[in-house]
Structures are given as structure tokens and as C-alpha cells.
Design a protein around this ligand. Structure first.
Ligand code: ADP
Ligand code: ZN
Length: 210
């Protein structure tokens, strides 16, 4: 099954993506994580992307489209995948269609804007492996330490309130039109993001099994 997760930054796409990939034994492909990894290892692409990311702007379409093309060609994608954070613009969605990639389902996780900023302020990520946590909704077993690799949990630079507002703006302008795009293809399912992660997960799994 080939799945796209849509939703505002902080809507919980990453968390739900992890759940789906465990459930269906398929990989999650997060363009955000791929770019952050490139940045950390200092590749040219990573350096190019940094300024856009830090300001809450989108990395240019041709860069992310290139990333996705390469990643989807890998063997582990043969039985399906979950896309988390791609596509984020209409040209990105068109590029995916042009590649001949058939998407089965697009799940949009809806969270009101007023809840997003509060959610984002509690978000923490593992410096080492990129796993995500939340001070309220998804606490690590030990404060400040990753459950998976014992790495240090930090706040992402682009999760600071000012940048979050910019990202929300970009989301409404550039990404939200994708709802219409996939609705016209008959693939869109909308899930209301709940306070409890497990409740959202139940709704997401219901859509996948529908
Ligand atoms: P979130 O889902 O919380 O917004 P991500 O980790 O998916 O965060 O993305 C972080 C940043 O990485 C974005 O603000 C953007 O700069 C860049 N990025 C990730 N995916 C894309 C994409 N598909 N197109 C353009 N930029 C992207
Ligand atoms: Zn970790």
C-alpha cells in the first residue's frame, strides 16, 4: 500500500507514520528527516536546504523531488511506503504522478491552528536518531533521553514559535491545496487529530483498513 500523510506541521504525521509502517511492515519516508540527515553529514544538498528550513520555508521543489525519486527506487519500497512530509506543493504531487507512482490513500490529519503552536512548543527530537517525543503527549521514559538510542532530546530550531507561524502560513498556502488535488482523485480521507495519540492512531488505522 502506498500512503501519503498530509497535515500541518505538528499535526502528528511523523508519529502516525511510524505506527503505520510497523503495522504494515513498510518504510516511512520523511523528507524532513532525509534533509536533516544530509545537513548533519554536511552534504551539498543539506547545506543548500539549511537556510530554507531554518526560516520555516519550503526547500525548492526540484531538490525534494530528486530526494524522493532516489528514495522510492530503493528495494524496500517495493511493497509500499508511507510518505511523511511529501508532497507539500502541487508541483511535487504532479511530479509523483508523472513518475508513475500510484498512491492508494491520502490521510489528512486535521488539527486547528490554535492548537498547533502549543503542540510544537512541547516537541522534542532525538539528536542522534531523529525519533520524536512530546513533553505532554509522548513523554520519553527518562527526561531528555531517547528511549531508542539514549541520545539527547533537543528542540528543533524550526520548532520555535516564530518559525512555527511561518510554517503554518506556508502550509495553508502551499500544502493545503493538495487536499483538493487528492480529493478529486478520490483518495482523500480526513482524520481529526485527537488529544491522545492512541485515539488518532485508531482513526488512522480504520482508514487504512477501510
Ligand atoms: P513538519 O512535518 O513538522 O513540518 P518536517 O520535518 O516534515 O516537519 O519538515 C521540516 C522542514 O523541511 C520544512 O519546513 C521544509 O523546510 C523542509 N521540507 C521537508 N519536506 C519538504 C517538502 N516536501 N518540500 C519542501 N520542503 C520540505
Ligand atoms: Zn534516539
Amino acid at each position: 500500500m502506498n500512503i501519503i500523510l498530509l497535515g500541518a506541521p505538528g499535526a502528528g504525521k511523523g508519529t502516525q507514520a511510524e505506527l503505520i509502517c510497523t503495522h504494515l511492515s513498510i518504510p516511512t519516508i520523511s523528507t524532513g528527516n532525509i534533509i536533516r540527515a544530509a545537513l548533519k553529514s554536511g552534504t551539498e544538498m543539506g547545506l543548500k536546504a539549511k537556510s530554507f528550513m531554518d526560516e520555516g520555508k519550503l526547500v525548492p521543489d526540484e531538490v525534494v523531488i530528486g530526494i524522493i525519486k532516489e528514495r522510492l527506487a530503493e528495494d524496500d519500497c517495493a511493497n509500499g511506503f508511507v510518505l511523511d512530509g511529501f508532497p507539500r506543493t502541487i508541483p511535487q504531487a504532479e511530479a509523483l504522478d508523472a513518475m508513475g507512482v500510484v498512491i492508494d490513500k491520502v490521510i489528512d490529519i486535521e488539527v486547528p491552528d490554535e492548537n498547533i503552536v502549543a503542540r510544537m512548543s512541547g516537541r522534542r527530537v532525538c539528536e542522534k536518531c531523529g525519533a520524536s517525543y512530546h513533553l505532554v503527549y509522548k513523554k520519553p521514559e527518562n527526561d531528555g533521553i531517547c528511549n531508542l538510542c539514549a541520545g539527547t532530546l533537543v528542540q528543533r530550531k524550526d520548532d520555535h514559535p516564530d518559525t512555527v507561524m511561518a510554517r503554518l502560513d506556508v502550509y495553508h498556502k502551499e500544502t493545503e491545496p493538495l487536499k483538493d488535488y487528492y480529493s478529486k482523485q478520490g483518495k482523500l480521507a480526513i482524520v481529526e487529530g485527537q488529544e491522545e495519540i492512541a485515539e488518532t492512531s485508531a482513526l488512522v488505522l480504520k482508514e487504512i483498513e477501510a
